[in-house]
Design a binder for this molecule. Structure first.
Ligand SMILES: Nc1ncnc2c1ncn2[C@@H]1O[C@H](COP(=O)(O)OP(=O)(O)O)[C@@H](O)[C@H]1O
Ligand SMILES: [Mg+2]
Length: 353
């Protein structure tokens, strides 16, 4: 997949920007506060319908304006074009794909798959298990169109059961949600196991390994586990067993990354995991997701950077990468299509090659 054309209007500091990106690597450099992260945020809006950093969507609209608009033309491997548009006012959002209104932002992600790497991505090793599970869940969202449906049903059942346990509902009131929890939970569980196994095929070549630890004792079925936990769960008002408790352990050189890896190793590992995710999506769906990488120079030393950029270039993915200066871009050795843009005071300009 690639973004062929991008138009941004009234997005934070960017009053207007029109970009014809390279199908390969696109580098954006400029001083702090010039609007580089905002530019990636605007591109991400076409994928998610929301920002990766703003809590309040109205923050995104330029000061003294009431509407922002971002639109992009995306083409797939068969050169079929799709136009995606996101318009946000203070109280409302509108998403269109080829001029047709769509109701849910998750449909945008299908039209324009993206993988974002920014400083938050590195929390994956030392942050909560939810962050690690979400890498697997996001991968599955892209490779398995029905996965989101099971995950939403499972999350709903988890919420309903927790509520019923807290109000000490009767077993007959619980029965329906017990069944929703276990049936959808097992689908989530098996899909995640399969996903981790696929990612490992590529990661193991790079001395990385993911282990999926299910959130319940494996000598029991999930149905049995929740029956065994019944008294405890009523007492605590929490569900102690299930895929919502699963953990994804990350090992580098056969050692747990959370205990032994340096910050630099963690960063490289995160990029390699994203690269494996991208390769798996390509294998299953036939299209490459677009990479957004914020502040690459702050996050990786020169050697790791050229390693990572070479991987991205080899997957033939389109990437949007920001850094403080153009000296920070370590272009892959092989010639690969790329463009450099300068960002200053919210104005984005193409640099001559
Ligand atoms: N809604 C907004 N309207 C106008 N300017 C904004 C808005 N939101 C943020 N900014 C400005 O954008 C700048 C930050 O841009 P950012 O994309 O984070 O820069 P960079 O990533 O290049 O450091 C700050 O100067 C901030 O004041
Ligand atoms: Mg920034």
């Amino acid at each position: 997949m690639q973004l062929e054309h991008l138009h941004i209007g009234n997005f934070r500091k960017i009053a207007t920007a029109e970009i014809h990106p390279s199908p390969g690597l696109n580098f954006f450099f400029g001083k702090n506060g010039s609007g580089k992260t905002s530019l990636l945020e605007a591109i991400y809006l076409l994928h998610a319908g929301k920002s990766f950093r703003a809590k309040n969507p109205s923050e995104l609209i330029s000061l003294n304006e009431d509407t922002l608009a971002v639109s992009g033309v995306v083409s797939n491997n068969n050169s079929e074009r799709t136009e995606i548009r996101v318009i946000k006012r203070k109280e409302s959002s509108r998403y269109t794909v080829n001029d047709r209104n769509i109701s849910s932002a998750s449909q945008l992600a299908t039209a324009l798959p993206m993988l974002l790497i920014n400083s938050d991505s590195f929390d994956v090793i030392n942050g909560s298990s939810r962050i690690r599970r979400s890498i697997i869940d996001r991968t599955l969202f892209h490779v398995e169109p029905t996965y989101l449906e099971f995950l939403i049903k499972f999350n709903k059942a988890t919420k309903q059961r927790t509520h019923l346990l807290r109000v000490r509902a009767s077993l007959s009131e619980l029965a329906y949600w017990d069944n929703e929890f276990t049936s959808n939970g097992l689908r989530v569980h098996h899909a995640r196991l399969d996903c981790v196994q696929h990612l490992n095929q590529k990661l193991n070549e790079r001395n990385l390994h993911l282990s999926y630890v299910p959130g319940w004792k494996q000598d029991l079925g999930l149905e049995e586990a929740i029956v065994q936990d019944r008294d405890k769960d009523f007492a605590t008002g929490r569900i102690s067993s299930g895929p919502h408790k699963a953990e994804v352990l990350i090992e580098i050189d056969q050692k747990p990354a959370s205990k032994f890896a340096s910050r630099g190793q963690i960063k490289t590992a995160v990029f390699l995991i994203m690269d494996a995710v991208s390769a798996y999506i390509v294998e299953r769906r036939g299209w490459t997701p677009i990479f957004l990488i914020d502040d690459v120079s702050a996050e990786l030393d020169a050697d790791s950077q050229s390693l990572v950029l070479n991987f991205i270039a080899n997957t033939r993915a389109q990437a949007f990468i920001t850094a403080l200066t153009d000296r920070d871009f370590k272009l892959p050795k092989e010639s690969f299509p790329s463009k450099i843009f300068h960002v200053e005071h919210g104005i984005v300009q193409t640099c001559q090659p």
